[in-house]
Design a protein around this ligand. Structure first.
Ligand code: MD3
Ligand code: FE
Length: 222
């Protein structure tokens, strides 16, 4: 990643900070190659909606001790891949160092959700509330084609702001924005040359459980 001191830092609103171009091309390529390796070890899968079971438009995979899954019985975090039954691959070292930089070494993330958007995929407005620790920030990284991101308020249907996310951008959510509704309205095809097959990856690094007393006491001194 680029030196944080020289990276653009745009506060969208309290709790939402955008880092345009956080990852230079070289860092994007190495992250992309790590993602391809993880996908060959543990396949992307298609989550389905709770109750009805219709497929979501994104395909997903997780890294780390916990992974987010969705199926007819609901949303949850679990330790294993729902298709293969294996543990999720580990979170890449590069992602852990980005987390430390952007969160001032908040206790380690326990899940990295990888969303893959084909050029027609989108993600409806939703809240992320399956974690136990809402004090932890969520770090998002975008790779590949650009996308239109929208963020509203804690109330469904409230006023919202939209902006584009480009390959290499970082975004940090925390504090007062942690439970805001948000989604991806569209992907702009062929706006990046990073992925040969096109489309977009979004990675979100998350804390799932509440940090232990030990983790809290070393926070900020790492
Ligand atoms: C705002 N992903 O995986 S990342 C998701 O681009 C998700 O794939 C989108 O929403 C994507 O849940 C948006 C930005 C993001 C992630 C987590 C948030 C925004 C957030 C948590 C709280 C508020
Ligand atoms: Fe979300």
């Amino acid at each position: 990643m680029r030196d944080l001191a020289t990276t653009l830092r745009v506060e969208i609103k309290p709790g939402v900070v955008h880092f345009p171009g956080l990852l230079d091309r070289h860092a994007q390529e190495s992250l992309r190659d790590d993602i391809y390796a993880a996908i060959s070890a543990a396949e992307l899968f298609q989550p389905t909606m709770p109750r009805w079971g219709n497929p979501m438009s994104v395909k997903i995979l997780n890294l780390g001790p916990f992974g987010w899954v969705s199926d007819k019985s609901g949303y949850r975090y679990q330790k294993t891949h729902p298709v293969t039954g294996k543990d999720w691959p580990p979170i890449f070292p590069m992602l852990l160092s980005i987390w430390d930089h952007l969160t001032n070494s908040y206790p380690k993330p326990e899940a990295c959700l990888i969303n893959y958007y084909a050029s027609t995929a989108k993600m409806g407005m939703h809240q992320d509330r399956d974690e136990e620790d809402f004090d932890a920030p969520v770090v998002s990284l975008s790779l590949g084609d650009s996308a239109l991101f929208r963020i509203g308020t804690e109330e469904r249907g409230g006023p919202s702001q939209s902006f584009k996310l480009h390959s290499g951008d970082g975004l940090v959510f925390g504090g007062p924005a942690r439970l805001d509704f948000h989604g991806i309205d569209r992907v702009y095809p062929q706006t990046s040359t990073l992925l040969t097959e096109g489309g977009r990856f979004n990675l979100t690094l998350r804390r799932v459980t509440k940090p232990t007393a030990d983790e809290i006491s070393s926070f900020g001194r790492a």
